[in-house]
Design a protein around this ligand. Structure first.
Ligand code: UN1
Length: 512
């Protein structure tokens, strides 16, 4: 068993009330509401956390704005050095932070450590990036003129993150935003504030060691009211929000109304197409991990399997057998595959979706249900289940954040691709095939319409090096690798005349 008190201590969260201390940017005042944070693992109280008031929020934003004046003037490679130090601290704290992620959020310990590894990886990426914030140069159409572009920081970047990746999503945004010269204000999910406080403490220490203001990294704990304040706040030129489509639509509308910038990374309804040429053993691992990993609470979780009729029955049997072997229980016990859902509301949502699926004619080949008895006292442990459905069913078109996997059959690949695309969301997708023509068609303009399209890999578990995000109701934003950094900066085009004349562009004559 994991000693959670020890983990909290190692992460600098010493007492139950530590999270309510005042004075730091991550905490609230006595007027703020105090909220108990319980673990979905065993429903025990982990800590009490104070939610920030409106005034506290405003103070935090002022601190961030002040810190920006210092931070933006530090050369980018030196900012990279600070992010390098954060990566080093995360390496030291990987063990404990991964455990706290697992205990506070409920994902398996392997996945908790995996999440911290993603943070370390993005820090490394950002360090390299800090020397590669390249702009283009252009040839001017005028003599003795030079044109180029440069990238400047935006200012305060607001980060709104979800419970399911309580720390990694922050780091993808923050590490990039920082090397780009921005300061960050982070509102984590109110369901997982402790991992956020742990991260804030780690970063605050790095900043302190370097005599830099803590306002470079700010944390505001609160509910959707804080998210709303941030979305409408003209002091925050960019909001990066990860979470449900419902939340994203509200944030997008508020930020859009003030013509601010946003990066939205929202719901997915991710499918794997399994062709008659798939390696079924390999497919099984990708499909089952995709469907039950993080108890189906990843935005990249596999929700639909679109299976060729010739392998449908065989693969269904393999799935049923594999589901029969899944171990559900305390996620800190590495023998278990599946931990709890985040809370009882999520359990209700899971049960409702099963009911709706049945009402619409879905046929369950692996039944769902809530587990009780020894080890399941929190009431958040559910059975991953599988239903045979048709793609048009309303429940299948909807993202249920739970381990419910839908099976459907296809005859030809064009139909399978049409089914895969025929949902409102467009995050992740995959094809399992050893046939090159099938794979290339899937990746072509006539193939998947998602932001992520994989071949012989499941839908979840993207590496940080690629841009992460998706189309349609997934929101269109990109976080993490590739050139996603450009969204965290403003582009400035500069034209410099070093001649003794002032020729106008487009050949316009204007003589005085
Ligand atoms: C999320 O669920 O919001 O690709 C992020 C993955 C992880 C990130 C998921 N690297 O599954």
């Amino acid at each position: 068993q994991v000693n959670i008190a020890g983990v909290l201590h190692n992460l600098g969260i010493d007492t139950l009330n530590e999270a309510s201390s005042t004075g730091l940017k991550w905490s609230g005042s006595s007027e703020s509401s105090i909220v108990d944070i319980h673990s979905p693992v065993d429903s025990k109280l982990i800590a009490k956390v104070k939610f920030a008031t409106v005034d506290e929020y405003k103070n935090v934003v002022e601190e961030a704005k002040t810190a920006f004046k210092t931070w933006k003037n530090i050369p980018a490679p030196k900012r990279g050095e600070i992010v390098r130090q954060l990566g080093e601290e995360l390496r030291k704290h990987k063990e404990d932070l991964g455990k706290l992620v697992s205990y506070e959020m409920g994902k398996s310990l392997q996945e908790g450590w995996g999440e911290v590894q993603e943070m370390i990886d993005i820090c490394d990426f950002a360090v390299g990036l800090s020397r590669q914030l390249y702009g283009l140069t252009m040839h001017s159409e005028r003599p003795l003129h030079r044109m180029y572009e440069q990238w400047h920081p935006l200012g305060v970047v607001g980060i709104i993150s979800a419970f399911n990746f309580p720390v990694a999503v922050w780091s993808w945004n923050a590490a990039l935003a920082w090397v780009c010269g921005n300061v960050c204000v982070w509102k984590p999910s109110e369901k997982t504030p402790l991992t956020a406080i742990a991260c804030q403490k780690i970063m605050a220490k790095v900043l302190k060691n370097n005599d830099l203001p803590e306002g470079i990294s700010c944390l505001v704990i609160g509910d959707r009211n804080i998210g709303e304040l941030m979305s409408y706040d003209v002091n925050i030129p960019l909001i990066s929000a990860t979470g449900s489509t419902k939340m994203g639509k509200a944030v997008g509308a508020a930020v859009g109304a003030r013509l601010g910038k946003h990066i939205l990374e929202l719901g997915g309804n991710n499918a794997i197409i399994i062709t008659e040429n798939a390696d079924l053993d390999m497919t099984l691992i990708g499909a089952v991990f995709g469907a039950v990993g993080t108890a189906g609470q990843r935005c990249t979780s596999t929700r639909r399997l679109i299976i060729h009729e010739s392998v449908y029955e065989t693969f269904k049997q393999k799935l049923v057998k594999a589901y029969g072997q899944l171990k559900i229980g305390n996620p800190l016990d590495t023998n278990n595959h599946v931990g709890p859902l985040i809370d009882k509301d999520a359990v209700k949502n899971y049960l409702n979706s099963i009911e709706k699926c049945k009402a619409e004619g879905g046929k369950f080949v692996v039944e769902g249900g809530v587990l009780d008895g020894e080890g399941y006292h929190s009431g958040c442990y559910v059975k991953p289940c599988i239903a045979e459905v048709s793609n048009e069913m309303r429940i299948v078109q909807h993202e249920t954040f739970a381990p419910i996997l839908y099976l459907m059959k296809y005859k030809n690949l064009d139909d399978a691709i049409a089914m895969q695309n025929n949902v409102p969301q467009g995050l992740s997708s995959a094809i399992m095939t050893t046939n090159m023509r099938e794979a290339e068609l899937f990746l072509s303009v006539n193939g998947s319409d998602c932001g992520i399209a994989n071949v012989n890999i499941g839908t979840s578990g993207a590496e940080i090096g690629g841009a992460f995000g998706g189309e349609k109701e997934t929101g269109g934003g990109r976080e993490s690798g590739s050139d996603a950094w450009k969204a965290y900066m403003r582009r400035q085009t500069n034209t410099i005349n070093y001649s003794t004349e002032l020729p106008l562009a487009q050949g316009i004559k204007f003589d005085l």
